[in-house]
Design a protein around this ligand. Structure first.
Ligand SMILES: Nc1nc2c(c(=O)[nH]1)N(C=O)[C@@H](CNc1ccc(C(=O)N[C@@H](CCC(=O)O)C(=O)O)cc1)CN2
Ligand SMILES: Nc1nc2c(ncn2[C@@H]2O[C@H](COP(=O)(O)OP(=O)(O)OP(=O)(O)O)[C@@H](O)[C@H]2O)c(=O)[nH]1
Ligand SMILES: [Mg+2]
Length: 460
């Protein structure tokens, strides 16, 4: 059972900051904070209006001033959690924040679990589960596009689509169940075409949502892109050009990069994690050898490989070996150092790697970088999408639920073709309804809810 006690936590990031906020929520929130807050104007928080701010001090049991603060009082039910909330804006340092939190806990509040404020917003019915999950996505979004998609979900974009599917299922079920329960009544049985059409219609809506999940996953998680190549071909120079800053050390000495360097860039809203690796070659140097092994690991693991060739030197035996090893991967060939004379045989590259795009660059002069970004963007989204519908499936939990619902609907179609009685159909339809309902949390177990919120930040 859900006990409505009063919870408190530091809601701002840990560390030094301009201000730091402590949030208290629950039936005792105002009373508890009132005990340790001294308003400059002598006002009691018990008497103030909702959504008002009050300047004053936090004091300990000996009336010693701990911090100078602004408190914000928000009264149930129009608050983040729908409970009474008091927020204390302290000076942003860990010592004052911890001390003030301590005092609040001593007055009877309990330290909130991670995500517990948002969990209460969900349990109290202000937002559904998909909206609650959007809040954490919003906080963790890596690009503006990611933020927009999370915001759309928070505003109920996904919930609305899921709600429609649920309504369709409920209507269909109601009709079918009426014909089962009251066969003698005048309720018209669907003719088979009609029933089949309705199921197809619902399945299509589910499928349409499912189709967005690949793009959604990429937007949320980004793509790992490894820059691979022989020593000295210009991998680190390419990383720097993509980042537009001198991040990695570049020298004319082969074997300069020893360890992996990772940075995230934003290409058309996609978070692209660029990994600069050590040049791959046979080496006796112990440190370099480890670097080379790690490079090979990243080559295998990456979602996308940028294979850099040195156009000035032409293709070597080592390049051929590397080209052979990326045949099965999504990859772009970078013909670098094209500001110098080129000895590169493009037909040979095209013969080995028939379907891979080739981009011509001069990394040290930032040439060809925009084109490379276009190629990456097109590869990832295969030409489709950019700014259409912002409702995307970005969450594996949602995808799994939709996958199951879709499977059920296919099963319904099969049952139906076998001409089995209606209650066989309704069992599968109910299961589909339940699966879809998991997304918004209408049908979901407590343990899964706990698991979802446990992944949130403290104070959220
Ligand atoms: N200081 C502060 N800033 C914050 C938050 C917060 O909790 N505290 N938020 C926390 O994440 C975000 C804002 N989210 C919020 C969502 C709903 C409500 C809220 O009170 N909703 C009421 C309507 C209030 C009214 O009508 O005036 C409601 O929906 O009933 C408040 C904040 C970002 N900034
Ligand atoms: N002319 C010219 N020189 C380049 C270009 N890109 C890189 N270089 C030079 O090539 C040398 C090696 O560049 P890096 O970026 O360090 O090469 P790398 O592939 O990271 O090398 P390792 O870390 O040793 O594997 C440096 O002297 C760069 O200035 C280019 O487009 N044109
Ligand atoms: Mg390097």
């Amino acid at each position: 059972m859900y006990v409505k006690d009063t919870i408190a936590a530091i809601s701002t990031a840990i560390g030094e900051g301009g201000i730091g906020i402590i949030r208290v929520s629950g039936p005792e929130a105002i009373e508890i904070v009132n005990k340790i807050f001294r308003s400059i104007r002598g006002k009691s928080l018990l008497e103030v209006d909702s959504y008002t701010a009050h300047y004053g001090h936090i004091v300990d049991s000996t009336e010693e001033i701990i911090d100078e603060v602004i408190t914000l009082v928000m009264k149930s039910p129009k608050t983040y959690t729908t409970e009474d909330i008091v927020e204390i804006n302290c000076h942003g340092g860990m010592v004052p924040l911890r001390k003030v939190l301590d005092l609040i806990l001593k007055e009877g509040a309990r330290l909130a679990d991670p995500g517990e404020f948002t969990k209460r917003a969900f349990l109290n019915g202000r937002i559904d589960l998909a909206q609650a999950e959007a809040i954490i996505d919003l906080i963790r979004s890596q690009t503006e596009t990611g933020l927009r998609v999370a915001m759309n979900q928070l505003e109920g974009g996904l919930s609305q689509k899921v709600g429609e599917i649920r309504q369709d299922l409920i209507k269909l079920l109601a009709h079918l169940e009426a014909t089962i329960d009251f066969p003698e009544d005048e309720i018209e049985d669907f003719n088979s075409d009609e029933l089949s059409d309705r199921i197809d219609g619902i399945a299509k809506k589910v499928e349409k949502l499912l189709r967005t999940s690949q793009k959604g996953k990429i937007l949320k998680e980004g793509i790992e892109t490894a820059i691979i190549g022989r020593p000295n071909v210009g991998k680190s120079s390419l990383l720097n050009a993509l980042l537009r800053e001198k991040r990695a050390i570049v020298t004319e000495i082969p074997g300069t990069t020893r360890d992996i360097i990772e940075e995230v860039i934003n290409i058309d809203g996609i978070p692209v994690k660029i990994i600069d690796t050590a040049g791959i070659r046979d080496t006796e140097d112990i440190v370099e050898k480890i670097g080379v092994e790690r490079s090979e690991e990243f080559l295998n693991r990456a979602d996308l490989v940028l294979l850099v060739l040195d156009a000035h030197q032409g293709i070597t035996a080592e390049d051929r070996k590397l080209m052979g090893s990326i045949k099965e991967k999504d990859a772009v060939i970078i013909a670098n150092k094209l500001d110098l004379d080129s000895k590169l045989d493009f037909t040979e590259i095209e013969e080995i790697l028939t379907d891979k795009p080739i981009v011509k660059t001069a990394a040290v002069e930032n040439q060809g970088i925009d084109e490379l970004e276009d190629v990456i963007s097109n590869l990832v989204f295969s030409g489709e999408i950019k700014n259409e519908d912002q409702t995307l499936i970005t969450n594996m939990r949602h995808k799994n639920a939709l996958d199951r619902a879709y499977q059920m609907l296919l099963d319904v179609k099969k049952t139906f073709e076998l001409d089995l009685p209606n209650d066989f159909i309704t069992i599968d339809l109910r299961a589909a309804l339940e699966a879809v309902g998991e997304i918004t949390g209408d049908t979901i177990g407590e343990d899964i809810i706990d698991q979802i919120f446990a992944d949130f930040c403290l104070g959220k």
